[in-house]
Write a protein that binds this ligand. Structure first.
Ligand code: ADP
Ligand code: ADP
Length: 228
């Protein structure tokens, strides 16, 4: 599903964020990406959803060679990847319904399917009754559930989640994890960067640890491995 071969990422100011990354993530895996701040986790995630392009090496996601992608092909890749951020990033002036439907409008999904599918995913995350609310009227956990609904509405092959529980209290975080596990169970590959030690050590999955731009550990059913 995701293959990186000899991937390097150097930012324009000369910062080497990733060096010599080699990794294969299979269809339907659930992977945690851990490591200290500044290690390169976000950069790793950004390469997958093509927010950044590798300086060197080969990267493919769902069969697309991301590094060499023609500009007109980018939307096809993006629809196959759902992204979830720590700070939700909902559009504040749009209703919950519109926030989710917008993701389908962008890829020019048929009008009739937009309404049906949007309500279906809002139901899945337990927020059908909030469809007409604005993001500011929802709690943090609810806003993250909307972000998850938006991420899955186009049935992506991969979900990339960058610290999805970073702003949430422990109880709410468990709810978010249950939802991500459910989505993974239904067949979506999930790559999740996290500092949440309790979650990584309780819901055991593959752990990729990145330090100073390199993968220092890659363990099935791994643990968090840091004290903080
Ligand atoms: P993490 O997510 O693990 O905190 P990042 O991937 O954000 O790490 O950052 C890795 C390194 O790259 C850090 O040294 C960071 O300062 C640097 N970096 C991140 N984004 C940029 C950028 N746009 N320009 C220059 N340096 C960056
Ligand atoms: P949390 O304990 O996660 O911070 P909140 O106390 O913010 O949750 O919200 C609890 C409930 O109240 C949620 O169902 C949320 O949607 C609702 N709520 C919070 N703020 C508003 C608001 N300004 N208008 C309408 N409903 C709200």
């Amino acid at each position: 599903m995701i293959e990186m071969h000899d991937i390097w990422k150097t930012y324009p100011d000369g910062t080497v964020a990733l060096q010599d990354i080699n990794v294969v993530i299979d269809r339907n895996e659930f992977v945690y990406v851990v490591g200290p701040s500044g290690a390169g986790k976000s950069t790793f995630m950004k390469l997958i959803y093509r927010e950044e392009v590798p300086t060197k090496g080969q990267l493919s996601v769902n069969g697309f060679n991301i590094g060499k992608l023609k500009h007109r092909k980018i939307p096809y890749v993006r629809r196959n990847i759902g992204v979830i951020f720590q700070d939700y990033r909902l559009l504040p002036k749009l209703s919950i319904y519109e926030n989710v439907a917008f993701a389908m409008e962008v890829i020019e999904a048929p009008r009739r399917s937009i309404k049906r599918r949007t309500m279906e995913v809002l139901d899945l995350v337990g927020l059908k009754h909030k469809a007409q609310s604005l993001p500011a009227q929802l709690s943090g956990g609810e806003q993250q559930r909307v972000a998850i609904a938006r991420a899955i509405v186009n049935n992506p092959a991969v979900i990339v989640a960058d610290e999805p529980t970073g702003n949430l209290d422990p109880e709410t975080s468990w709810g978010i994890m249950k939802l991500l596990e459910e989505i993974n169970f239904r067949g979506t590959t999930i790559v999740m960067a996290t500092h949440n030690r309790e979650i990584v050590n309780s819901l055991r999955k593959r752990v990729i640890a990145i330090e100073r731009g390199t993968i220092v550990r890659d363990q099935q059913r791994g643990d968090y491995g840091y004290d903080i």
